[in-house]
Ligand binder design. Structure first.
Ligand SMILES: [Zn+2]
Length: 113
């Protein structure tokens, strides 16, 4: 967990400079590439947890870098879900709900939509 917190700190700095440059309005619009030293890997569930901790659109982990922890952030090309405001690659895939992500479509179905 301490490891994730230090990754979070590095990522937040990258997001902050993107925001300062007005490339993004908020972190949900950002894609993050996180380069880790060769000996440090991330499981899928750790990556998912880290994504929740920084609230970005997505995190792509690259292991085997120079030895430093480096985060690079850039604006996503994904579309925003009208319901949860997250940017996901699947918004628009469902023609019945072109403005929603699959997770929200599932929720709506459960709610009887
Ligand atoms: Zn959604």
């Amino acid at each position: 967990m301490e490891r994730l917190l230090s990754y979070r700190g590095v990522i937040l700095k990258a997001l902050e400079s993107l925001r300062a440059d007005k490339v993004i309005g908020n972190s949900l619009q950002a894609m993050v590439e996180l380069a880790l030293p060769p000996e440090e890997g991330m499981t899928d569930s750790e990556t998912a947890l880290l994504l929740e901790m920084v609230l970005a659109a997505d995190i792509h982990v690259v292991s085997g870098g120079s030895g430093d922890i480096v985060a690079r952030a850039y604006a996503t090309e994904w579309n925003r879900c009208d319901r949860c405001w997250r940017y996901t690659r699947d918004v628009g895939a469902n023609t019945a709900h072109p403005d929603l992500c699959p997770r929200c479509i599932e929720v709506l179905h459960i709610l009887g939509g």
